[in-house]
Design a protein around this ligand. Structure first.
Ligand code: CP
Length: 297
């Protein structure tokens, strides 16, 4: 039974299958859930469009009460520690805390503390290390398209080192029989993970790839100077280098003409990117539905 969603590593293959099936039921309209007694608060300490709004839509569709926490106008500005803020919000009646934060381990650490009453945490993106709901919606999108992912090859291309999306996707895809490749310049490769093949040459990395997952360069997390022109010349996805039948994915936001040539976004291959955004609602509904049910809400 899933009680919190902090990272992919804590999920079993059965948990992932349960989320997949439930998301499909929500998408097909064959499951309706009513969490009228649940109070869900969205606490985003970093910018977001897709994750925040799709959580809000999921909460509305589940008939939960949703609240938006604004750090800038909150009493955190008066020096209150986040732990104390959450404890007070739990006393007020909040049940689930959907949180995005710049620090890698903060959501996990907060989830391990004791509060006024039982509450649950959902990680909506933490630092450079974890974005589990993104990986789950990416998996949902791939599996719905291919049905059987066994033996399929995915090439993740871009700023792997600073990407929580890449790390959570790799953690999830390692639970499947897919071939996982990463393509990046050396300074964006990050720590190498067992079971993943690493490339610095685009032609080799794209050879026979079924799925190409592009990533944004996380400029806000990179201190050293980056040579964007060199990146574009070696790693930008173009009409010429994208394998003809490859399924092109991107978690968003896309920086047009940096990681992907603008024209490519109009190709059939790239239709997936908006499907990912749409699927985020069903997958987040499934996650919240499972957690709220486990809390008796
Ligand atoms: N993919 C993703 O996390 O997008 P947002 O930053 O817009 O939420």
């Amino acid at each position: 039974m899933i009680k919190n969603l902090i990272d992919i590593e804590s999920l079993s293959v059965d948990d992932i299958a349960q989320i997949y099936t439930r998301a499909q039921e929500f998408e097909k309209g064959i499951r309706k859930s009513n969490h009228i007694n649940a109070n869900v608060i969205n606490m985003f300490f970093e910018n977001s469009t897709r994750t925040k709004l799709s959580f809000e839509m999921a909460e509305n569709k589940l008939n939960a009460h949703k609240y938006d926490f604004c750090a800038q106008t909150s009493s955190i500005q008066k020096g209150e520690e986040l732990y104390d803020t959450i404890n007070n919000l739990s006393a007020i009646g909040m049940d689930v805390f959907v949180m995005r934060h710049i620090e890698n381990n903060l959501v996990k650490e907060l989830s391990e503390k004791k509060y006024y009453k039982d509450i649950a945490f959902v990680n909506a993106g933490s630092g450079t290390n974890s974005h589990p709901t993104q990986a789950l919606l990416d998996f949902y999108t791939m599996k719905k398209h291919f049905m059987n992912l066994s033996g399929k090859t995915i090439t993740i291309v871009g700023d792997i080192a600073h990407s929580r999306v890449a790390k959570s996707n790799i953690a999830l895809l390692k639970k499947t029989d897919m071939n996982i490749r990463c393509l990046a310049p050396e300074n964006m490769m990050g720590e190498k993970i067992e079971g993943v093949s690493y490339f610095t040459n685009l032609k080799e990395a794209f050879e026979e790839a079924d799925i190409v997952m592009a990533l944004r360069i996380q400029r806000e997390r990179i201190k050293e100077c980056i040579d964007i022109e060199e990146y574009i010349s070696k790693y930008q996805i173009t009409k010429d280098n994208l394998p003809y039948a490859a399924f092109l994915m991107h978690p968003g936001p896309v920086n047009r003409n940096i990681e992907i040539q603008s024209d490519v976004l109009e190709m059939q291959n790239a239709k997936t990117i908006l499907t990912q955004a749409r699927n985020g609602v069903y997958v987040r509904m499934a996650i919240l539905d499972i957690i709220l049910a486990s809390m008796g809400l």
